[in-house]
Design a protein around this ligand. Sequence first.
Ligand code: SF4
Length: 280
Amino acid sequence: MRIGEVRVRSVLSRSGLPGLRYSLNPYRGCQHACRYCYSPSVLRETRPWGEFVDLKINAVEVLGEELKGKPRGMVGVGTVTDPYQPVEARAGLTRGCLRVLREHGFPVCLQTKSDLILRDRDLIEGGDVEVGVTITTMDERISRVLEPGASPPSRRARVLEEFSSAGVSTWLFLGPLLPSLTDSEEGLEEVVEVAAGTGSLVIYDKLNLRRGVMERLEGALRELSPETLRILLSPALRSRAWKEERERVERICRKKGVRCEPAFGPSSEGEAPLGEHGHP
Ligand code: SF4
């Protein structure tokens, strides 16, 4: 893992993502190394994904300057790379940015796959902060292959439990749905149970096959589920699987009394919006 430091002139950008006015990513690169990640394509990054992280070493001070005079609005922290990847434990850039955002009275939306976020309870609870956690599957074996650097699903579920019981608004990102691997009735029920137990909104999404994703995912799918690979390689089968997945997720959520919505609106058939993007 190559950990480097960069100095930046800006850390806050306007966001085109639903519900967000700004986005903020203290890191470039991600140690979670998810096989389905499409952030390299969003960032036009050519270095091997999962093997490097650049710390935006002056992010906290630059943010303090940038917020002066900016109209208030929701700041999405970790829209492209995970703000609580392991290096955050010592670098503390996300924590520093959270403190500055709080001092300036900006609402924050955090998204992660790591229970390191629990370290920052003091800055999250009682503030204008919502917490989103991605759970692709509750199956630890599948998660270990697909998301080798992230916290195991049970620990992510705990994050939602802890914050929800402290009165923090929470949501669960269920995705990417992988046909014939993570989209079974039982598998989806297990994830939706976590949302039901924590009062979290479920936001679900299909696999985003941006450039480079299939190359990184293919080996893992050959090991885990060749059938998934067969479906994903066929546009017709893929489209049918997504239709069925949407119906299944909506039905299970209805049954369990959980609110849910697709990540990019009801017509999220095509490509996700270009430019910046929520990391899955
Ligand atoms: S999907 Fe998110 S957590 Fe996983 S490698 Fe990409 S940026 Fe990191």
